[in-house]
Every structure is written in structure tokens, then in C-alpha cells.
Design a protein around this ligand. Sequence first.
Ligand SMILES: NC(=O)c1ccc[n+]([C@@H]2O[C@H](COP(=O)([O-])OP(=O)(O)OC[C@H]3O[C@@H](n4cnc5c(N)ncnc54)[C@H](O)[C@@H]3O)[C@@H](O)[C@H]2O)c1
Ligand SMILES: [Zn+2]
Length: 350
Amino acid sequence: MEKLLVKTGCPYEVCVGHGLLRQSGELIRQVCPKARIAAVVTDTTVQGLYAPALMASLENAGLSPVLFAFTPGEEHKTLRTLGEIYEFLAQNGVTRTDCLVALGGGIPGDVGGFAAASYLRGIDVVQIPTTFLAQIDSSVGGKTAINIPQGKNLVGAFWQPRRVLCDIDTLSTLPEDIFADGAAEALKYGMIASRELYKKITEDIKGNLETIIRSCIAIKRDIVQRDERDTGERMLLNFGHTLGHAVEKHSRHQISHGRAVAIGMNLMTALTTRMGLTQPGVSEELKQACQGLGLPTDYPCTLQELLQYASSDKKRAGDSIRIVAAEKIGTASVWTLPFEKLCELMLTFS
Ligand SMILES: NC(=O)c1ccc[n+]([C@@H]2O[C@H](COP(=O)([O-])OP(=O)(O)OC[C@H]3O[C@@H](n4cnc5c(N)ncnc54)[C@H](O)[C@@H]3O)[C@@H](O)[C@H]2O)c1
Ligand SMILES: [Zn+2]
């Protein structure tokens, strides 16, 4: 097992390795020494696969585990599920010194994390991510959220976990399409920060999985440490997301987040190549990499249509919008440009 230290306001470790679920009780006990109850929050699919091993390990470590599982899917990352979790915690007598364990993909991680951030004004949370995307992205960095009818992730809090346990073995049951969503985010890290990582992903993602996961977490860790509250550099992590979110919304969430990010990275890189911000050839290389990973690179709608959706992006501030451009593979920077300018460029793009 390798431990990566994240030095945020309250530092914590991300443990990466095999067989961590079996050791999870002890690993949780070490960081929540006063806890008596461990409230596990998960979805019903992950419950069937991994809750028994987690519950047994928690019991063996002397904790009293209780479990709340909700139906998987973005449509359940809601105020209603959050309310049910609060009631479950209160009914089970969870106190301030107890802990919540969020087990599953980004959805149980986000909603469980937000429940922990707000129940009794905040209790400890340990994240046990079980999707590729959650291991390299959502479980690290302390962002938690739920969706409301007006938009995704509009309500939430920054709440750093006490520890993150990434058990690589749990990824063996992931369906290919969910794995590919994680691959898109991994490629994003390669594009913004490391050509070496990018190479490992494109050459043999499954063979290099553990190293890739560790490198992605280290990149996110370094960026989050420098910009915990997302006011500057953390924007780099949004590479491909401005247009990606637009694709997600336009498709009414029929295109998953990872696939939308792949499309967003490709569209944005084609655009920034035309703007002279990206070196020639990068766009083609990225396209090939995405295709090799089974990810889409284009979306059948005009850029004009997408623009309407990009205009409500959270990264828009007044009349300007921040975009992330990769100069070359492994190096990216944030640019602020007038929203009108982006519209103009997109409209002339054929
Ligand atoms: N907080 C953050 O910083 C952050 C960052 C990126 C994404 N997110 C959020 O993460 C969510 C997407 O994450 P996700 O793709 O992990 O979604 P998810 O939690 O819905 O997981 C995807 C699917 O995989 C299933 N699953 C999970 N682990 C499995 C396993 N080991 N084997 C088999 N099936 C498994 C789940 O039941 C679900 O059906 C979005 O809501 C997004 O907003 C948050
Ligand atoms: Zn993302």
C-alpha cells in the first residue's frame, strides 16, 4: 500500500493498494479513534458487491457499522436522498465523534460527503471510492455536493475526508463503459500535467493501472494543496469541462460525464489550436488517444447550440469565461477571455 499525503487545512492520506477493503476497519479506526458507530453510505449496486467485506472489517476493528444504501444514478444525488441520510444517522444515534464512510463511485462520495459536512455541523468522513473516476478525481479534494432541479452540484460544501482508501481490486467489477469514463479523466491529468502519464495511459492503461491511479492522485493533490478553495490554479482540473458540461446538458445527461469530457477536451483543443494557443499536432494526437480508449471525440450538434449551454457554466464570471488550453501534451494554462470572443471563435469554427 502506498500513502499519499494531502496537505490541506486538515491534512489526510490517500491510501492506494490492493486488499484495502479487508483492512478498512483498522485504517478507519486509526483516523477516527473516538468513533463508536461507522455509518456506511453507498448505492445498492456497490452494497451488493463490497458492503459485506467493509462491514465485517469495521466490526473486527471494534466499530458498530450501520448501512444506508440508495438507488444508483445521478437522479438520486438529491436533497431527498440527503434528507433520508440525515434521518438514518439520527435514528441510529450517530454522534459528533462517530464517522461516516462513503463507499462507491462519485455519487455516494459526493452525497455522503455532504451529509458528513452538514450533519451535527460536521462529522468525520472516510471515502472509499470504487470507480476509476472516483479514485482519481472525486474522492480527493474535499468537494461534496448534491444536485437540485436548477443544476448539477449547485449545493455542497468543501469537507476534507479523514482518509481516502483506494482499493484497486474493487475496479475489477467495473463495467467497461464506466471504466472508460475514468479513463477520460485520467487522460485529462496527462494532458494538463504529465506527458509520461499520458503515454502510460495510451500504451497500456490496464497494465499500468496502479501507477496511473497514483500519478493522477498526486497531480490532483499538488493542485488542490496550492488552491484548496478553487479560486485559481484548480481551474486546470477543468480542462475539457466547459464544453463537456455543455455536451452533458445538451444530451440531457444521455452522454456520461467522462465521455462528455473527452468530447470537450477534443473540441476545446481544436479551438485553441486555431487560436494559436496549442501546438500543431496535439489535437490529432489527443483524438487518436481517445479513440484508442473507446471514447468519443465529437458530438453531433452545432457549436452554436453548445454555446447556449456553455454560457451558464459556473466558470463564467460576468462577461468573461475562463478556459483551459493545453499548449502541448503535459502542459496547460488558464486563459480568461470575453465570452463574446469565445462565441465568435466557435461560430467561425467549421
Ligand atoms: N467531488 C468532486 O470533486 C467530483 C469530481 C468529479 C466528479 N464528481 C461527481 O461524481 C459523479 C460521477 O462519479 P461516478 O462515475 O463514480 O458515478 P457513480 O457513483 O454513479 O458510479 C457509476 C456506476 O458504477 C457503479 N459502481 C460503482 N463502483 C462499482 C464497482 N466497483 N463495480 C461495479 N459497479 C460499480 C455504481 O453503482 C454506478 O451505477 C458525478 O455525480 C460527479 O458530479 C465529483
Ligand atoms: Zn470531471
